[in-house]
Ligand binder design. Structure first.
Ligand SMILES: Nc1ncnc2c1ncn2[C@@H]1O[C@H](COP(=O)(O)OP(=O)(O)OP(=O)(O)O)[C@@H](O)[C@H]1O
Ligand SMILES: [Mg+2]
Length: 263
């Protein structure tokens, strides 16, 4: 209502974000925008604050400064239109695939049951509904957590290293699946990853972060995402090299600099 048009096109808006844990600065003035239906990959050194950033976007922790808006609304608590897939899959081991995929969903509400069934079918999990996580492969577990996010029908999907533990082939297959689902469902995707090729395959923009406290050191435009055979193309490899070079600039020295002992 009465909002300027450009604001309506932005789904996620992060402005001058600050986060401290006790006296440790984790995020230092981070600003980012993701357009509605767009995808952003976030890559940066271990411990720089990527998971913390996703938790802020998911409304699970409050920043110590700055602003976060999703769909024009300040993020103050977890919301059903924002789904988070954690670094670990986040499945409950004592619940079945079906119970995990429907966790917290209003199953009696019109359309919800159909959505869950469709998500399980799309992710190739049909027939596995009664199994427990311990009876699934790593890739299947990741797909259950994806199914849960899809069934939630979220407008924003936040993924924290969701595919890290998978073998190369399963990982590629699951990345293809994520791309297909993103194209089909039109959600806004934010993906945190250590994997440069994954970032280039899925992120229309790639945010490269500095070591802690995380600052944005580069925002790489990656318009090839979703084009036919992108993974095989020269443009893809060029982008991988570009991001790798930016990351190498961020690497901390192998031997940490000695600090004066604090008194
Ligand atoms: N609840 C907490 N209290 C205090 N410090 C924390 C807390 N959670 C995270 N940290 C610290 O904040 C920093 C950023 O953590 P975060 O998990 O966001 O990093 P990350 O970039 O996701 O790392 P990785 O790539 O290894 O997953 C780390 O130094 C971590 O030890
Ligand atoms: Mg993390």
């Amino acid at each position: 209502m009465g909002e300027p048009r450009h604001a309506a096109e932005t789904m996620i808006e992060v402005e001058d974000l600050q986060l401290r844990y006790a006296d440790e600065r984790v995020l230092d003035g981070l600003s980012l925008r993701v357009p509605r239906g767009g995808s952003l990959a976030i890559i940066g050194p271990s411990g720089c604050g990527k998971s913390s950033l996703l938790c802020i976007l998911a409304g699970l922790i409050q920043p110590t400064g700055g602003r976060v808006r999703i769909g024009g609304e300040p993020v103050e608590r977890p919301r059903p239109d924002v789904a988070l897939i954690l670094q670990e899959t986040g499945l409950l081991p004592w619940k079945t695939v079906w119970q995990n995929a429907t966790l917290g969903l209003p199953l009696r509400q019109a359309g919800v049951l159909k959505r869950v069934k469709r998500a399980l079918r799309d992710l190739g999990l049909e027939g596995l509904e009664r199994r427990y996580p311990a009876q699934l492969s790593g890739g299947e577990k990741k797909r259950v957590s994806l199914a849960r996010a899809l069934a939630q029908d979220a407008r924003v999907l936040l993924m924290d290293e969701p595919l890290a533990a998978l073998d190369a082939l399963t990982k590629e297959h699951t990345q293809n699946l994520v791309l297909k689902l993103w194209k089909r469902h039109g959600f806004t995707l934010v993906l945190v990853t250590h994997d440069i090729e994954e970032a280039v395959f899925l992120g229309q923009r790639i945010a490269v972060l500095s070591p802690r406290p995380a600052r944005l050191v580069a925002l790489v435009e990656n318009p090839g995402v979703g084009t036919e055979d992108y993974r095989q193309s020269e443009a893809f490899f060029a982008k991988v090299r570009e991001v790798r070079a930016l990351l190498q600039l961020q690497e901390p020295p192998l031997v940490p600099r000695l600090r004066a002992p604090s008194k």
